[in-house]
Ligand binder design. Structure first.
Ligand code: SAH
Length: 507
């Protein structure tokens, strides 16, 4: 058989951090962006997958009971994909070499002669205590830290954790896995002579909007965990430093902690609102309802872009239009001056900002996307009779702007820059999450987010409230039979986040 000439790809064992998207390394993000194949664990935050290429193959490796692939199957998968010449990212929660079998995967890959790279991540073992306000070390209290696994039953023969040694060692001890075995583990520690009133904390879903911390002592923590149905994944911290949380608890004081909020804007635009809500402690579920695609006739659009300099005005009606326009423009021209003496109008502050990002002046900026308002602004500039206007917009929009401008004597050409299509994929598992766990609130930032969300026909989670950015959006929601619970007083993203915060603080 002829030998394959295909070069092996590389396997990147990537630490995805403990949950908070801000705690992901730049290298991890870069690896995800470049990957042909991503094999991810259930502890890796699925929102990381938003950085994946659209054509990347995304494989869930499970590890939850019932849906897990065996370790052997995962190893084989990684090796096979790399042998096909693919760049493979093995995405794991926390740090790939802190428990969780990353080491075994690396060995199998090395054994198969596949090139690999390890991308360390922030482990839950350190991030969990930090986000619970527990410093792992403090000069007054301890001078060493131990990480151990609670995976095995301490009573079992051949158990790898030496509890007698741990008891003698003292210091801060952090346990991963094994919340379900906490009773047996704390009993064993007590038996080995650790004092019964040693402070202990359990931190679950650390660094996410669902973080919860339970504190107690070595003698009562297991019982407390059972009583409050405290579930995995959690890290347990044993040591004097746990008491410092009393003063240092910071993250769990955020006003929206534990609130599940749905953000429905398209991916690229969602992050500003999502980040604001996350900073307030919310658990944000980004559920894009539409996706931007190139226009049906890209050639025609490109020709209009090429001739942009012959117009008197270019009118941009959306940030997406600005991006699509300059994406083509700078493929055609090297010099920004090729745009000529054309003047630029941008409707709405976000659109204007996108134009300014390209270092171009906005000559006219009507605030509202209402044909009359735009026309009025144009009229202020003098007659628009016989002016040539290039209107850059999405396909299939129904507004009356071009008609009104033509009626005033302008010569209007429409340049279809992009089209929006319903988002049918669910790469980050947002729909699954919504169906399983519901949400407390949905945010609408424009009439189209209302319409697009409803068009998906998803079941409305029980008790999900509605926040709207302003009266126009609220009206659309009401026209569709929805009740608006929160309306921003200032009609921008900051105003919306502020209104949501006040709403939950009051309720
Ligand atoms: N490599 C991972 C750990 C894998 S073992 C890391 O470095 O974080 C899985 C265990 O990690 C879980 O049982 C739990 O103890 C812990 N864990 C992972 N993510 C967690 C989180 N967000 N909050 C609390 N514990 C977490």
């Amino acid at each position: 058989m002829p030998k394959s000439t295909k070069q092996n790809g590389t396997v990147y064992l990537v630490g995805g951090g403990p949950g908070d998207l801000g705690l992901v390394t730049l290298r991890a993000k870069e690896c995800i962006e470049n990957a042909d194949v991503i094999v991810y664990d259930h502890l890796a935050n699925p929102e990381l997958l938003r950085w994946a290429r659209d054509d990347a193959e995304i494989i869930y490796a499970g590890k939850e009971p019932g849906e897990s692939r065996t370790q052997q199957e995962i190893n084989t998968l990684l090796i096979d994909k790399a042998r096909e010449g693919k760049q493979v990212v093995r995405l794991k929660g926390g740090d790939p070499f802190v428990f969780g079998r990353g080491a075994e995967e690396a060995e199998a890959i090395a054994e198969a002669g596949i090139p690999f790279e390890i991308v360390p991540g922030i482990t839950s073992a350190t991030a969990g205590p930090a986000y619970a306000g527990i410093p792992m070390t403090h000069r007054k209290h301890n001078s060493h830290v131990t990480f151990f696994t609670g995976h095995e039953d301490p009573a079992k023969q051949g158990n790898a954790v030496d509890y007698a040694a741990l008891a003698k060692l003292g210091g801060t001890q952090v346990m991963l896995m094994g919340v379900e075995r906490l009773g047996a583990i704390t009993n064993e520690m007590l038996k080995q002579g650790v004092r019964a009133d040693l402070p202990v904390a359990l931190v679950r879903s650390a660094t996410t909007g669902q973080q919860e911390t339970l504190t107690g002592t070595l003698s009562d923590i297991a019982q407390k965990a059972v009583a409050s149905d405290f579930k995995a994944p959690a890290v347990a911290v044993f040591g004097e430093v746990v008491a410092l949380r009393h003063n240092l608890n910071w993250y769990e004081k955020r006003p929206l902690l534990g609130k599940r909020i749905l953000v429905t804007r398209i991916r690229k635009q969602a992050s500003v609102l999502s980040n604001k809500l996350r900073a307030l402690g919310a658990h944000v579920i980004e559920l894009p309802t539409i996706r931007i695609e190139p226009p049906s006739d890209l050639r025609e659009f490109a020709e209009l872009v090429q001739d942009a300099h012959v117009y008197d005005w270019i009118v941009f009606t959306s940030a997406n239009g600005v991006e699509a326009f300059f994406d083509i423009f700078f493929k055609l021209y090297y010099d920004a001056r090729e745009i000529g003496a054309v003047r630029i109008a941008a409707i709405g502050p976000a659109t204007a900002q996108r134009v300014k990002d390209f270092h171009l002046h906005v000559d006219l900026q009507p605030d509202e996307f209402v044909a009359e308002a735009v026309v009025k602004e144009f009229e202020k500039q003098g007659s628009i009779e016989n002016l040539r206007i290039l209107l850059v917009r999405a396909e299939k929009t129904r507004d009356t702007l071009p008609k009104e401008l033509s009626a005033l004597g302008a010569i209007v050409d429409k340049a279809f820059a992009y089209r929006t299509v319903p988002e049918t994929r669910d790469t980050s598992g947002a729909r699954r999450q919504l169906a399983q766990d519901g949400a407390d609130l949905i945010t609408f930032t424009s009439s189209s987010t209302v319409e697009n969300f409803l068009a998906l026909g998803l079941p409305w989670p029980k008790g999900m409230r509605i926040a709207s950015i302003g009266p126009i959006t609220s009206k659309t929601a009401r026209d569709h039979g929805l009740t608006v619970d929160v309306e921003a007083r200032r009609h921008d993203i900051d105003g919306l986040a502020q209104a949501i915060r006040e709403f939950f603080e009051k309720s």
